[in-house]
Design a protein. Structure first.
Length: 118
């Protein structure tokens, strides 16, 4: 299912399309979602997508979707700009084994989504 994600300031920054490809708002494919696991295009595990939240490896909230539940208090969402047309995604690499999931936290992460992929 396609989802838009907002940062801790309420700005639309990333989205997932119906094929599970993870894009920047400017249309650059940077990863993919497989189940609840979030991977960089290289196959490196970078976090989890659960209950409308992107969470880091410590379970802290990094970004949220419109229907997020069970995380830190999300800010008001700002009106998003139009998404750029997405670029063709690269072939997906074999995903690495994800670490054991951390318990979901009610705290914001010190990382941004871009930090997770950096």
């Amino acid at each position: 299912m396609a989802q838009d994600f907002y940062d801790r300031n309420g700005r639309a920054t990333h989205y997932v399309d119906n094929n599970g490809t993870f894009y920047t708002w400017t249309g650059q494919p940077i990863g993919f979602v497989q189940g609840e696991e979030l991977y960089a295009t290289s196959g490196r595990h970078v976090g989890r997508v659960s209950s409308g939240w992107i969470r880091d490896h410590n379970g802290h909230g990094v970004a949220f979707s419109q229907n997020a539940s069970g995380g830190p208090l999300p800010p008001m969402r700002s009106l998003p700009s139009l998404k750029s047309l997405p670029s063709l995604p690269p072939l997906r690499s074999l995903p690495s084994l994800p670490p054991l999931p951390a318990l979901p936290s009610l705290s914001w992460s010190g990382y941004s989504v871009d930090d997770l992929f950096g």
